[in-house]
Structure formats: C-alpha cells, structure tokens
Design a protein around this ligand. Structure first.
Ligand SMILES: [Zn+2]
Length: 282
C-alpha cells in the first residue's frame, strides 16, 4: 500500500523524487505534472509543456502493447492468457526469452501471432518447428489468422515442405534465396541443412517451437544466433563471458545485453533446455 513516502530516482518521466502514491497511479512527479489523477492525457500534457522525457519510452511501449492486445483479440475474439500477456510484454520490449509453460496455454499460437504482428510492421520472422507436419499446420493456421486482418494480404509466408514437387521446390528455392517473404516456416532439420544461407540472413524474430530437438546440435544454436544478427565473434565473446561469469560477479551475460539484434524466442517443454540455457534462460 502506498503511504505517500517519497523515493529518489523514482519519477517515471524525469527520474527525480516521486511519491509511492503517484508512482502507484502511474503518474510522474509533481514537478513534471501537477494533476493527481491519471488520465490518458499524461503524454499529451507533458509534451505540451515541453517536459516530456522518459515517459515517452513508457508511452511507446504502452501504445504497442495496446496495439498487440487488439490485434490478438481481432484474431481470436478473446483476450490473451496471463502467460501470453507476459510473453507479449517481453516480445514488445525486444527481449529474447524462453516460453516454458504447460501444453495448451498457447505457446505456438503466441509465436504465430508475434510473427504476423512483426510482418505488419515490415519485419522478417522465421518460425522453426520440430517436424514438417507441424510446420505445415502452422502455415495453414497463419493463413487463417491473416484472413481476419485488414492490410495483411500483402504478407508473404514461405513454407518449406520436403514433399513438394520439383517445380515447387525450385520456386521455394528462388523465393528463399531472394528473401521473398516476411515469414519463413521451416523444420529444425532445415536449420542444419541450410545453415550456410540462413546464417547470412537477418531476421527480426526467430521463434523456435519445441526447442529441445534443435538444441542437440551446438551448431544449430550458432545458426539461430546468427539469424538474429550475432557474428561468430560475438557468439564467442558471449560464450567467453559465461565462462568468466563467476570471476566477474554480477555481470549480465544474457543475449539481451547486446544491442541491435533480432529477438530469439524458444518454447520448451522442460524448464532447462540444454545449450542455450546459459544465454537465454537466466
Ligand atoms: Zn518528474
């Protein structure tokens, strides 16, 4: 419970002194804004007075979260689950992370929606599934979702299916190499088979469904990291940091300390997937 106590460095906008009462209401300090109840206008008021500082960051996030929420409800006609809301926040903050949750709470669904949302914002995604049939199913679901959304017609979804005819395979190859897609759907096997090409591409989002299969090979981990913009050098550095972690106490060794990278989201049935764990699962 808020008591009206003042705290240093706690104003959401200027970083100055603010009371817990105001913080609890999501209000900046009195110097930033005199009003004592929260309205949708905080952003406009601060901006109008030329006092807009860090509140902008909070506001941008808040806006994109509301957009994502609406987007989800447009497709499913129901709100996100509690798990999905948490994942949505991390995703919108551009954080790499793991989805560990029981089956049926919508892990795969979340990955599909996130890729579609990214595509609408001009971003590229890769969705990786343990089997071709799961990849195929997701391709079909994604197309269903797409049909429920305005302005989504132009989104190009490319699926790799090993049972394609020769001419289909040729068409896939051409589109794959020229990156003629916003969303690429493949199997784990594809990641190891085509690592040379994939490692040179950049994806804003890589979503790996049921990551445990793919983690059996450490080469695959490198490929996934390269797909979100890590160079071999950076991967080595990250690994090196991990080894020295105990010496340099308190240093953040997770992927999220690197700037200008894509997002890697992996779903796992076990709480501690091997290999990637130290990088992602802190
Ligand atoms: Zn302030």
């Amino acid at each position: 419970m808020a008591t009206g106590a003042k705290y240093y460095h706690s104003c959401i906008n200027c970083g100055g002194i603010n009371t817990d009462t105001r913080n609890e209401k999501g209000l900046p300090c009195e110097k930033c804004l005199e009003d004592d109840h929260l309205t949708e206008n905080v952003f406009e008021l601060l901006k109008g007075r030329g006092l807009l500082k860090d509140y902008q960051i909070y506001w941008n996030f808040h806006q994109s979260y509301k957009m994502f929420e609406k987007f989800f409800e447009l497709i499913f006609h129901k709100p996100m689950t509690g798990y999905q809301r948490t994942w949505a926040r991390r995703f919108l903050l551009s954080k790499s992370f793991t989805l560990v949750a029981p089956t049926g709470v919508g892990k795969t669904t979340f990955g599909l929606v996130a890729s579609l949302f990214s595509a609408l914002h001009g971003k590229k995604s890769a969705l990786v599934f343990p089997t071709i049939s799961l990849a195929q199913q997701s391709f079909e679901r994604l197309n269903q979702f797409k049909s429920k959304i305005q302005n989504a017609d132009a989104i190009r979804i490319l699926l790799f299916n090993s049972s394609m005819t020769k001419s289909e395979k040729e068409e896939f190859e051409q589109r794959f190499l020229s990156q003629d897609f916003e969303i690429l759907i493949v199997s784990s096997q594809f990641i190891s088979k085509r690592k040379d090409v994939l490692s040179k591409m950049f994806f804003n989002l890589v979503f790996v469904d049921d990551v445990d299969a793919i983690l059996k090979s450490s080469k695959n981990i490198d490929t996934l990291l390269q797909m979100i913009g890590f160079s071999e050098d950076e991967i080595e550095k990250a690994t090196e940091r991990l080894k020295n972690k105990n010496k340099e106490d308190g240093q953040d060794t997770s992927l999220n300390t690197f700037k200008d990278k894509g997002i890697l989201i992996v779903s796992s049935a076990t709480a501690k997937p091997q290999g990637l764990k130290p990088l992602l699962f802190r």
